[in-house]
Design a protein around this ligand. Structure first.
Ligand code: KG4
Ligand code: ZN
Length: 342
C-alpha cells in the first residue's frame, strides 16, 4: 500500500457542519474521504446552529477517523503527519478537530500540521487534476468566503479581491430561504433554476469603484427580497424558478466578469474554482465558456470535493509538510484566520 517514499497524511476537517476525515497520498490522491454531514439536523433550524454543530462533531469524529483509516486500508503508524483545519470557521466546531488532531499526533508521535480552510478548498483541485501546478488564479466561493486568489506557489497566496459583505454561498442560502426553498439554498437554487428564465427579472450586478476584483452580494439579495415584497403587496404571484434563475445569473455574471478581468490583467493561463458554490452548474458552464474564449485552462473539483471535506485538507497539509511547516501542541482554533498566516 505504501511505497517507501510516499507521504501519507491523515486529515481532519470540522470547521462548520461536516465532520470529515481522509487519508491522502503525496498530496494528490485521496485513499479515503469520509464525510458525516449534519445538514439534515440544521435544516430543522434553517441554518447552522454552532452549538449543535460542535456537539455533533464530538459524537462523530472518532468513528469518522476510524472509517477513513479503514477505507484507506492504512494503519495509524503508517501515517506521516496529521493535518487539521484550524481556521477560519466556527470556533467550537474547529476546536473539536484541533483537539482531536493534537491528541492523535501527540499519542502517536507524528507531526501536526494546521491548515487554513481556504487553502484546503484550493488544494481540492490538486486531487483531481494531477497536472495542475501553481501559478494559477483561483476563485474560492463558499458559504463563508468569496476570494479571488493568486496562487503564486504551494502555500503562497495573494488575495486580489474579496467580498465586501455576504459570501456568494451565503447569498444563495438567504435568497433560497426568502423564496421558500429552505436550507441549504445553493443546491436547491441550482436545481430549480434549470426550469426558470435567467433573463426574466433584472437583478443588479454590483461593481465596486476602484476595486475591480472585489465583490458585493448584499445588493442583489436585497433586490430579490424587495421584488418578493412588492409582489406580495400587489397581490401578484411570483415564479420561484424565474427568481432563482435570474438571481443565479446576476451572481455568476459578476463572478465570471471579475475573475476574467483579473486573469487577463495578470496574464494567467490557468484558472481554478473551488468551494461549495464551485459545484453550481450555471457557474461552471459560464466559466467554461469565458475561459474557452480566452484560451485559459479551467479546473474545478467534482462536487464532493467542492463542499467541505478532509481530502482537500490532506492535500494542502502535504505541501505544508513538504515545506517544513510543523505546528506545536499549542495550536489553537482561529475563527478569523487570515490566508497566508502560518
Ligand atoms: O465550501 P462549503 O461546503 O462550506 C464553506 O466553507 O462555507 O460551501 C457551502 C456553501 C453553501 O452556502 C451552499 O449553499 C453552497 O456552498 N453550495 C452551492 C451549491 N452547492 C453548495 N451554491 C450554489 N450552487 C450549488 N450547487
Ligand atoms: Zn468550506
Amino acid at each position: 500500500m505504501k511505497e517507501k517514499k510516499d507521504v501519507l497524511i491523515l486529515a481532519i476537517e470540522s470547521s462548520c457542519d461536516e465532520t470529515a476525515a481522509a487519508v491522502v497520498r503525496n498530496g494528490r490522491e485521496a485513499l479515503s474521504n469520509v464525510i458525516s454531514s449534519q445538514i439534515e439536523l440544521h435544516t430543522l433550524y434553517g441554518g447552522v446552529v454552532p452549538e449543535i454543530a460542535s456537539r455533533k462533531h464530538i459524537e462523530k469524529i472518532n468513528p469518522v477517523i476510524e472509517a477513513a483509516l479503514g477505507e484507506a486500508d492504512v494503519k495509524l503508524e503508517d501515517v506521516d503527519a496529521i493535518g487539521v483545519t484550524y481556521g477560519p470557521g466556527l470556533v467550537g466546531a474547529l476546536l473539536v478537530g484541533v483537539a482531536e488532531a493534537k491528541a492523535i499526533a501527540y499519542a502517536s508521535c507524528k507531526p501536526l500540521i494546521g491548515v487554513h480552510h481556504i487553502e484546503g478548498h484550493i488544494a481540492a483541485n490538486y486531487i483531481e487534476h494531477r497536472e495542475l501546478e501553481p501559478p494559477f488564479l483561483c476563485l474560492v466561493v463558499s458559504g463563508g468566503h468569496t476570494h479571488l486568489v493568486c496562487v503564486r506557489d504551494y502555500g503562497k497566496f495573494e488575495i486580489l479581491g474579496r467580498t465586501r459583505d455576504d459570501a456568494a454561498g451565503e447569498a444563495f442560502d438567504k435568497v433560497a430561504r426568502a423564496i421558500g426553498l429552505g436550507y441549504p439554498g445553493g443546491p436547491k437554487i441550482d436545481r430549480i433554476s434549470a426550469e426558470g428564465d435567467p433573463d426574466a427579472i433584472s437583478f443588479p450586478r454590483a461593481h465596486i469603484e476602484g476595486h475591480p476584483y472585489d465583490f458585493s452580494f448584499s445588493g442583489v439579495k436585497s433586490s430579490v427580497l424587495n421584488y418578493i415584497n412588492e409582489c406580495r403587496m400587489k397581490g401578484i404571484s411570483w415564479n420561484q424558478a424565474d427568481i432563482a434563475a435570474s438571481f443565479q445569473k446576476a451572481v455568476t455574471d459578476v463572478l465570471v466578469e471579475n475573475s476574467m478581468r483579473a486573469a487577463e490583467k495578470y496574464g494567467f493561463r490557468q484558472f481554478a474554482i473551488a468551494g461549495g458554490v464551485a459545484s453550481n452548474r450555471a457557474l461552471r458552464r459560464a466559466m467554461a465558456e469565458a475561459c474557452e474564449k480566452r484560451k485559459i485552462r479551467l479546473y474545478y473539483p467534482s462536487p464532493v470535493l467542492c463542499t467541505d471535506n478532509a481530502a482537500m485538507i490532506g492535500a494542502a497539509a502535504y505541501y505544508e509538510y513538504r515545506d517544513g511547516v510543523r505546528h506545536g501542541w499549542d495550536l489553537n482554533a482561529v475563527p478569523n484566520l487570515k490566508l497566508g498566516e502560518r
